[in-house]
Design a protein around this ligand. Structure first.
Ligand code: G3H
Ligand code: 13P
Ligand code: ZN
Length: 330
């Protein structure tokens, strides 16, 4: 048994309380490799932001879970070396079984998500409660989910979204004992969150997606005041990045994300954790494609992974400062 406390990591308890009170959200950035982890830590140290390092089961398969945990342990030391010991959470993203959550808790994770949203309401409660009992015995935080996001949720996919039913949240939180709740109010995973026909065009001809269901969020907040809420699928899919990718041989069609002003508005509410993965993928891909296209004789991976890392760091710094409001909160 490796406790996250021995590794210098934090659980989410205090961080979420402060974020809800302070009207900001803590970034939850996914990572699969060293460059992503370096970019996240550099950006969060430079902006003095707490951070949640997020590991999906796909990431565990890709990179090896032991290596990822050592990387997170290294991140604690790395932040200190960079000059500021920010709080770092190591979180399992979209855990789908008790066994997976337990394995993470036993191996240094300070927070886990149990995503029972694809089960029946009763089964979701039973599974989530079981994870909470084990996690809380080790002072590990648990995120549950009610409502289904459209798109692909790691290994569980859903073609349509089912918004969270506000009338269920109080009962769910009480019966499971979760520390935070992921909800569905119109966000979805990936880079194609909306179809162009769902959007309108603004005066500059830019596609504007339908707004998030803030009415559902407000109703949820009324029923569980001050309870930490999580937004998945919160990439904004910056069009300048999409353009660079397509300019240098990529093919991203109808890539549309969540406008940043909507996320800023959400961050000011009880939403205290915002999950971003796809935007990082876009930034890295754009930077790498540009190097490959403009410097075709380069073959040193550092010459394209380095610019990708810099682009990622720049993106995360801007998110922390302008969107999440987490800068200077560490
Ligand atoms: O919600 C899913 C995250 O973006 C992780 O994606 O399963 O491809 O690692 P992944
Ligand atoms: P995006 O695909 O919008 O980045 O969402 C990531 C996410 O929710 C990870 O759990
Ligand atoms: Zn997610």
């Amino acid at each position: 048994m490796i406790s996250y406390k021995e590794l210098g990591l934090s659980n989410t308890k205090e961080l979420f309380q402060k974020a809800v009170k302070g009207g900001y959200a803590i970034p939850a950035y996914n990572f699969n490799n060293m460059e992503q982890m370096q970019a996240i830590i550099q950006a969060c140290v430079e902006t003095k932001s707490p951070v949640i390092l997020q590991v999906s089961s796909g990431a565990r398969k890709y990179a090896n879970s032991t290596l990822l945990r050592y990387m997170a342990q290294g991140a604690v030391q790395y932040a200190k070396e960079l000059g500021y010991a920010i709080p770092i959470v190591l979180h399992l993203d979209h855990g789908d079984t008790f066994e997976l959550c337990k394995d993470c808790i036993d191996n240094g994770f300070s927070s886990v998500m149990i995503d029972g949203s694809h089960h029946s309401y009763e089964e979701n409660i039973a599974l989530t409660k079981k994870v909470v009992e084990y996690a809380h015995a080790h002072d590990v935080s648990v995120e549950g989910e009610l409502g289904v996001l459209a798109g692909v949720e790691d290994e569980v996919s859903s073609a349509v979204s089912h918004y969270t039913k506000p009338e269920e949240v109080e009962d769910f939180v009480k019966k499971t004992g979760v520390d935070s709740l992921a909800i569905s109010i119109g966000t979805s995973h990936g880079a194609n969150k909306f179809k162009p026909e769902q959007c309108t065009r603004n005066t500059e001809g830019i596609l504007v997606p339908p707004p998030l269901r803030f009415d559902i969020l407000e109703e949820i907040e009324k029923r569980i005041p001050g309870f930490p809420i999580v937004l998945h699928g919160s990439s904004s899919v910056p069009q300048d990045q999409v353009k660079v990718i397509n300019q240098y041989g990529g093919k991203m069609v109808d890539a549309i994300g969540i406008p940043e002003d909507e996320l800023r508005k959400a961050a000011k509410s009880a939403v205290c954790k915002i999950n971003i993965d796809s935007d990082g993928r876009l930034a890295m891909t754009a930077a790498i494609r540009e190097v490959f296209a403009t410097k075709p004789s380069e073959f040193d991976p550092r010459k394209y992974l380095g610019p990708a890392r810099d682009a990622l760091k720049d993106l995360y710094k801007k998110k922390n400062i302008n969107v999440l409001g987490s800068a200077n909160q560490a």
